[in-house]
Design a protein around this ligand. Sequence first.
Ligand code: HEC
Length: 147
Amino acid sequence: MLSKSLLAIALLAVALPVAAQAPGPIEQRKAMMKQNGKDAKAGGDMAKGAVPFDAGKAKMVFSGMHDVAMKYGTLFPANSKTGGETEAAPAIWTKPAEFQAAVSKFQKDTMAALAANPQTLEAFRVQFGAVTANCKSCHEAFRIKKD
Ligand code: HEC
């Protein structure tokens, strides 16, 4: 009995600091963009013929990006402008309507690519090109690359 309650206390002591370290918005948005990077690499390899086209894989690439697009816009609270080695540009907060428009466009284009559900390499390239144009345009306006 005693050892059981001691164990419970020990577990509680471990659980509390973990909860306090739940990933904040900067970490979350970086993780999402890393996922975008992985999906873009997988899609890019197919688009340039480095790996054979696979319709199932294409769908996974677009749905991964769409998931990010749907969640991304909420991860920029006013207290996350700096810190955590963020590359978020001040324009996100000085031009919020433009930023949300860029997020909406990413949502729309990833949705359209999913709906198109390309079955050939040629069709995939068209959708992949449209979707990845968002990466460049949003980064130019709203990301400060620190490399
Ligand atoms: C709506 C705007 C927007 C779109 C669209 C967008 N990004 Fe980003 N991306 C950002 C912002 C803002 C950051 C910086 C976030 C931060 O550091 O807090 C970022 C950061 C990144 C990073 C660095 C992540 C890290 O390690 O910190 C990668 C990689 C990335 N984006 C890839 C992509 C790819 C690939 C696409 C397209 C499929 C894409 N992004 C589309 C806004 C966008």
